[in-house]
Design a protein around this ligand. Structure first.
Ligand SMILES: [Zn+2]
Length: 344
């Protein structure tokens, strides 16, 4: 069980950390959950009170935006997904250099809502019930911000990992959480995971983790088969929204550039998972990258673009409210500069 859940982010026991290592991104198969998993999650997620509201309103030109924190985890450094194959001492050194705790790695889950003209557009849906009390706070955060799920017109799923799709489903019967929304995801993402035998052989996971990731992605995508609007990079869907390919973390992983009135935010989704580790060691392999080499190339390409264009970025796993900028450093490394909380 989770060792704590009352405060901010839940701590995790070794067993939970291993389960997370194995199944993160898959969580539990939609519509096919085990009884033990159901008992772990059902009593906690939908009614869990918020320890504190964690939503942040900001503007992107004329667009109103809200960043939401869905939760987060603190796996022990040795069991964290960062730097597969690297010695623990190297990971500790990076954390120490960044003046962060060196025993655990904090990894957050964030979603972004942008009101783009008449459209209420949600990017990713958080974990839902899949990560127990460590995640699934999006619904309560939205309620605290006065946003009703029925108001959401469009949901974009950046990729089919459980910490992004879990919140698309609500309640025991797995009803659609955003029933008035058109659901968008990448055609390449849908085709990969729902194909006959998705090639996850490069995934740095034990077999159980690979199987779990495939089953979870397939379950979520199949649950909405016929309802997805399948999109491709370059599609023009909403004024001010650019769909950008970001393959590697998953084959159909997408990021989004949101533009209004001369302001831009790059929603970089999962090209970076930690504001210190990923940026200081962009070549380190993440345990959940389906195509690790391609993921690194994509990461560098998009971080270079963000740095060159001085783009504000939003990150699914950056420290809440998950807004910052990217600096390119000597030696192919980067620096993530957290944007100040603005009271304006
Ligand atoms: Zn993620």
């Amino acid at each position: 069980m989770f060792t704590s859940s009352a405060g901010g982010n839940a701590g995790v026991s070794r067993r939970e950390a291993l389960r997370w290592m194995g199944l993160a991104g898959a969580g539990l198969m939609v519509g096919a959950r085990s009884a033990s998993a159901a008992s772990e999650t059902d009593s906690t997620v939908t009614v869990a009170p918020l320890a504190q509201p964690a939503f942040y309103r900001f503007k992107i030109g004329a667009f109103d935006a809200i960043a939401f924190n869905d939760g987060g985890i603190n796996p022990p450094v040795a069991q964290s997904p960062f730097g597969v194959g690297e010695p623990v001492e190297s990971k500790v050194a990076v954390l120490r250099e960044a003046l962060l705790p060196v025993t655990q790695v904090n990894l957050q889950f964030n979603a972004l809502l942008v009101r783009m003209g008449a459209e209420w557009v949600l990017f990713d849906a958080g974990c839902g019930a899949l990560f127990g009390p460590a995640g699934g706070r999006l619904a309560a955060q939205m309620a605290a911000a006065g946003v009703k799920p029925e108001q959401i017109n469009a949901v974009f799923l950046t990729h089919a990992h459980g910490d992004h799709f879990g919140g698309l489903f609500a309640g025991e019967e797995k009803a659609l959480a955003f029933k008035n929304a058109t659901h968008f995801t990448g055609r390449a993402e849908f085709d990969f995971w729902t194909g006959a035998s998705p090639d996850v052989s490069a995934l740095r996971q034990p077999e159980e983790g690979r199987r779990g990731m495939v089953a979870g992605a397939r379950g979520a995508l199949e649950a909405l088969r016929g309802k997805w609007q399948l999109i491709a990079p370059g599609d023009r869907l909403i004024e001010g929204l650019e769909v950008i390919a970001a393959p590697g973390h998953t084959p159909g992983h997408l990021v989004f550039l949101i533009s209004s009135g001369g302001e831009q935010v790059l929603h970089m989704a999962d090209i970076a998972h930690h504001h210190a580790i990923t940026f200081a060691r962009p070549g380190w392999v993440l345990a959940f990258d389906v195509q690790p080499e391609l993921a690194e190339a994509t990461r560098r390409k998009l971080l270079d673009r963000a740095a060159a264009d001085r783009l504000k970025v939003f990150g699914a796993h950056m420290p809440f409210p998950a807004l910052g900028h990217v600096r390119a450093l000597e030696g192919g490394r980067y620096d993530y500069v957290i944007s100040p909380w603005s009271v304006a």
